[in-house]
Design a binder for this molecule. Structure first.
Ligand code: FAD
Length: 317
């Protein structure tokens, strides 16, 4: 079932989780171990992130170095199929522009279609580690909207090979990312919203937000979206603080603010357990307020911390 159908049919706020594929070399059971406890909350869907390859330098036996491209977390498509098969729950694979040509993307979409997966969250991806700004693959998609248009094209039976006439139409429900605190490359929120509106006008059916720790940022963002005629559901993305290190890491990596009340409370903690408890309590309060406001979905970034997420969600059911 499509994410948008889950939202339309729900009588109250639903729950969903996002997971990362395991590092190469691990088994699918690490995913099941992660998700099993969370299944009691009957999530409507599970998102699975997508990761580009990274350039690494491997030492040869003669001491020289060889440049190799390594994908540390492959398997998004396979994991989505496994989740649907194992739990009978909808999976939402993320698809990114970075590191993929249009042909590889089309092949991935065909695989997803054959597997009965009819959801995708389309993203641009970040710049490669060795690059200062985002560069697409030769002939690849530059922005999320370009990838989105490729998926919409396939939904209309348009394949890259123009000689495929009357091609089988896919039927993907397409989600996109939104940033309550603005995407870090955008000169201002108005421009970012204009680009977001373009994604919605091109066929995105819902928006999932970057994490935020102050609900006001989400509420203001939804208001600004509505004022800019962006009418699709806006799913809040949520994550608990679980370590002191995250107070500097999350703003650096995700370009989000951490409210002073939260950072002060975390700084006062004496143990990791205390930090987790503080982060859990903060997120519970965030979720209670969001639920009261009638958000369509509470979407949790589990990021290796399923127990903490379990502790949050159990307070809300
Ligand atoms: P875009 O929508 O393409 O926007 C990128 C920037 O370009 C923005 O500043 C935008 O305003 C600007 N822009 C857009 N269109 C145009 C245009 N036509 N002209 C000029 N400027 C334009 N990354 C991964 O690698 N894998 C994942 O699985 C993943 N999952 C994510 C899930 C969520 C919910 C979120 C919020 C982010 C996720 N990311 C993931 C990170 C994401 O790839 C980065 O934030 C990336 O920098 C931007 O992606 P986007 O899809 O928002 O890009």
């Amino acid at each position: 079932m499509k994410v948008i159908e889950h939202i339309q049919q729900a009588k109250e706020t639903i729950v969903s989780f996002e997971i990362l594929p395991p590092l190469k070399g691990k088994t699918i059971s690490s995913i099941y171990d992660h998700l099993d406890p969370l299944m009691e909350f009957k999530p409507a869907f599970i998102n699975v992130t997508y990761h580009r390859s990274e350039t690494m330098f491997k030492k040869r036996s003669d001491g020289s170095f060889e440049k190799v491209e390594v994908r540390k977390r492959p398997g998004t498509v396979g994991i989505c199929a496994a989740i649907m098969n194992h739990y009978q729950i909808d999976a939402v694979p993320h698809l990114i522009c970075g590191g993929f040509g249009k042909r590889e993307t089309e092949d991935a979409l065909i695989d997803l279609h054959f597997l009965g997966i009819d959801n995708v969250l389309v993203l641009r991806g970040d710049a490669a580690r060795n690059e200062a700004s985002f560069n697409p693959e030769p002939g690849g998609n530059l922005y999320a909207i370009d990838l989105l248009k490729q998926v919409v094209g396939l939904n209309h039976g348009l394949y890259l090979e123009e000689d495929i006439l009357n091609g089988s139409k896919t039927n993907f429900c397409i989600g996109v990312a939104g940033y309550p605190e603005k995407h870090f490359e955008s000169p201002n929120l108005a421009t970012d919203l204009m680009n977001l509106k373009a994604k919605v006008d091109a066929g995105a059916e819902y928006i999932t937000t970057q994490m935020f720790f102050d609900n006001k940022k989400y509420f203001d963002f939804v208001k600004a979206c509505r004022e800019n005629a962006i009418e699709v559901p806006i799913i809040p993305g949520l994550k608990p603080i679980t370590s002191k290190k995250q107070l500097s890491m999350l703003p650096k990596v995700f370009h989000v603010d951490i409210p002073a009340d939260l950072s002060n409370a975390v700084m006062k903690c004496k143990t990791d357990e205390e930090v987790e408890k503080t982060g859990t309590e903060w997120l519970i309060q965030q979720c209670l307020e969001l639920k009261k406001a009638g958000v369509p979905v509470l979407h949790y970034y589990t990021l290796g911390k399923p127990k903490v997420i379990w502790n949050v969600v159990k307070e809300l059911v």
